[in-house]
Design a protein around this ligand. Sequence first.
Ligand SMILES: NC(=O)C1=CN([C@@H]2O[C@H](COP(=O)(O)OP(=O)(O)OC[C@H]3O[C@@H](n4cnc5c(N)ncnc54)[C@H](O)[C@@H]3O)[C@@H](O)[C@H]2O)C=CC1
Ligand SMILES: Nc1nc(O)c(N)c(N[C@@H]2O[C@H](COP(=O)(O)O)[C@@H](O)[C@H]2O)n1
Length: 224
Amino acid sequence: MYVVVNAAMSADGKLSTRRREQIAISDPDDFDRVDQLRADSDAVMVGVGTVLADDPSLTVDDPDRREARTERGDSANPARVVADSRVRTPPDAKVLDGAAETYLLVSEAAPTDFVEEMEAAGAYVVATGEDRVDLTTALAKLEGEGVDQLMVEGGGELIFGLFEEGLVDELSVFVGPKILGGRDAPTLADGDGFVEKFPELDLTGVERLDDGVLLTWSVDGRTE
Ligand SMILES: NC(=O)C1=CN([C@@H]2O[C@H](COP(=O)(O)OP(=O)(O)OC[C@H]3O[C@@H](n4cnc5c(N)ncnc54)[C@H](O)[C@@H]3O)[C@@H](O)[C@H]2O)C=CC1
Ligand SMILES: Nc1nc(O)c(N)c(N[C@@H]2O[C@H](COP(=O)(O)O)[C@@H](O)[C@H]2O)n1
């Protein structure tokens, strides 16, 4: 499986405000690029923190891109994947609206009644890990379901978890012309942070998009 992490951050490295409110950091050209990346992927993943903060749809916006997918024999939208160890996804979340297949990655500690509620809402529930989703095993299971390219949109906890497990192949970050500030505002990679053996990146692209810059890296030492 090829894993590409894509996110937009402010010039000071924040994914959103300290209130965790969704905010447009990307400019129109970047949103269009993100839509194409979704259309090119088999699945789009977020953490439940993002579902709770943003209630994203994670679908492809451009009808021509959806049509191109169906013409090549794919579903109109990529599958949606939510890492949600304890099942905090609300049953009325947009990721459960039936517009695409949805996988809910939960831990073995997930309450059975919540799991059943998610299955009744149409989600495929994949349980791995004792208390927290075991991302390595969960992604291997998704690969077994035909997910060859996984796009990850965030947030910072999930992105850190994927780097921690050595699961990221490529990172693309749009740096937008805003300062958000806030010591508690989410950043590109939160979690516990690395203190040694930092993931190393190879810069593969620098491109001006509107008033921001798109930076792309490949990741050294991808282990899975
Ligand atoms: N600017 C951008 O491109 C984006 C911004 N965001 C912003 O990020 C914020 C949400 O980010 P976070 O609070 O960091 O939440 P998150 O979206 O990273 O979700 C974290 C949750 O994922 C679950 N999870 C399960 N297994 C995990 C594992 N092994 N490792 C890590 N997480 C695991 C846990 O329940 C954890 O609480 C929101 O404010 C949202 O607006 C989110 C996506 C993109
Ligand atoms: N690429 C990008 N740029 C921004 O400025 C953003 N705020 C985000 N946020 C991500 O997009 C999700 C919303 O998706 P839908 O439009 O609802 O499908 C949001 O949840 C973040 O993952 N991304």
